[in-house]
Design a protein around this ligand. Structure first.
Ligand code: PMP
Length: 281
């Protein structure tokens, strides 16, 4: 079951007019919210980021926080899995094709649920390979825009190379992954690129930094040079569905000894414990 513009219905029955600005221009924003045991994870943070994205494209939020909470709760109840991935998508609506904002139209609001597939135990144990590429996206990567063509092309570089993700470098510095955030460990210190217009402020990114601070793991949020990435002690990638994974190879070269490192193992455990505690409350 999906949600479209005020109604819940089977996905096969849902239709979008061809002049929807999401279809024509990619003029919209989205969120992806993991749901564990039928409870949305960090919902208020996801809804705040949604507001930031809507503000970024100058589109009024069609719903209050309470309305979003109710709609999401209802969508979760209508789907059978205990662990779900809620995809929420808002476009500027349907209008005659013209780049300028059309006055007085209603936004299109769409939500669907998919089974949440987090990283398998095998992947957590083995780590993943990534390849690097120049970050050629626009300068508002902090907006979770549905126009994802650059991310699609960048991610395919990894797929073509048999790797799990593409690590992005802009002007000699790490930004993020094509669909994830990236962390670096050097001198037993966790390094994270600063949140700015060059990356998506990941919800998982925040969880990792909070858990690291609570565990007294030294952290630095600062720009990370390409050379520091290439000679890292550990590299991790994070996202709502992958959670946290060790990167063991970058562009075919092993990261340190090519195995998930001790700090990754600690963080993976902390993340699982945190998630289980939050969901039990
Ligand atoms: N950066 C990009 C470009 C992404 O697409 C994602 C996944 N949505 C992330 C980072 C990670 O964000 P989150 O932890 O909120 O899933």
């Amino acid at each position: 079951m999906i949600y479209l513009n005020g109604r819940f219905m089977p996905a096969e029955e849902a239709c979008i007019p061809v002049l929807d600005r999401g279809f024509i221009f990619g003029d919209g924003v989205y969120e992806l919210i993991p749901v564990y045991s039928r409870r949305p994870f960090r919902l208020s943070e996801h809804l705040s980021r949604l507001q930031h994205s809507l503000d970024g494209i100058r589109l009024a939020n069609p719903h209050s926080t309470q309305e979003w909470e109710r709609l999401i709760e209802e969508l979760i109840a209508l789907n059978s899995e205990e662990d779900q991935s809620i995809y929420l998508h808002i476009t500027r609506g349907v209008a005659k094709r013209d780049h300028a904002f059309p006055p007085g139209i209603a936004p299109t609001v769409f939500m669907m649920s998919n089974p949440l597939i987090t990283s398998s135990a095998e992947l957590v144990a083995s780590g993943v390979a990534v390849v690097s590429a120049a970050d050629n996206r626009w300068l508002r990567c902090d907006i979770k825009a549905i126009s994802l063509l650059p991310n699609v092309l960048l991610r395919q570089i990894a797929v073509d190379a048999g790797a799990a993700e593409t690590l992005l470098l802009r002007d000699g510095f790490l930004t993020e992954g094509a669909a994830s955030n990236i962390f670096v460990v050097r001198d037993n210190t966790l390094l994270a690129p600063p949140k700015n217009n060059l990356m998506l402020p990941g919800i998982t990114y925040d969880v990792i930094l909070e858990l690291a601070a609570a565990a007294r793991i030294p952290c630095e949020v600062r720009r990370i040079a390409e050379a520091e990435v290439r000679s890292a002690q550990e590299l991790w990638l994070t996202s709502s569905n992958k959670e946290v994974l060790a990167i063991t190879h970058l562009d075919g070269q092993p990261v340190a000894d090519g195995l998930p490192g001790p700090l990754f193992k600690q963080m993976h455990r902390l993340y699982q414990d945190y998630k289980n505690n939050v969901m039990r409350k």
